[in-house]
Design a protein around this ligand. Sequence first.
Ligand code: ADP
Ligand code: MG
Length: 226
Amino acid sequence: NRDRFLQSERLNVVSELAASVSHEIRNPLTVTGGFLQLLNKSKTLTPVEKGYIELSLQELNRAEQIVSDYLSFAKPQSENMVYSNLRAESEYTKNLILPYATIHQVEVKYNFNNSLNKSYDRNQIQQCLINLYKNAIEAMKEKGGGTLSIDIIEKKHNIVISIQDTGIGMTKEEISRLGKPYYSTKAEGTGLGMLMAYSAIHKVKGNIEVDSEKGKGTTFVITIPT
Ligand code: ADP
Ligand code: MG
């Protein structure tokens, strides 16, 4: 069917683009931010000039967020392909988000029990997991904390990743908008995280199911065939 074809073409372009631009963007952002901070310390700035600098820093910060939602693990592709069981990626990303979870009173439960192997792009899978973990923690942050349960198991010939939070949850309408570019309900959101996650799972021919109840929490279940 034609619609589906177009959709998958778009997802491929999107993730290839992500893989090729990340580092090229991060470096100039860091350098520019550093010089703006220095300028901002000058004693001779007028209030209007100071305002311009602060606006520029805010915008740079926004660009930095887009890179971190969308491109932070991206590197040239072929060398990132592995044939593995997701253990390294899931442990690495879980450890990466622990401090973020702790400052928002989120307890992280992690269970890994999978011996099935699969070919995948390590960076894209890491990026996908990070985005789902981040969203889960952000959904609980608004409720003053909660529990994030990550389970990676095998079921028949599938690797099944379940990411469950006790956060604010979503309505049916909100669920239907997940993955649309720039859809965000957050003041500082980019609306690119879920698009990236869907794109990465699409690439390994997996699928993502969402189960959510407003006020109670959300579970994402990713099924990856091996
Ligand atoms: P962002 O996080 O920048 O807003 P995403 O694409 O990562 O963008 O997510 C889009 C939107 O989906 C979020 O703004 C939020 O409204 C909703 N969402 C995603 N994950 C969850 C979750 N675990 N619980 C509640 N809402 C969620
Ligand atoms: Mg997000």
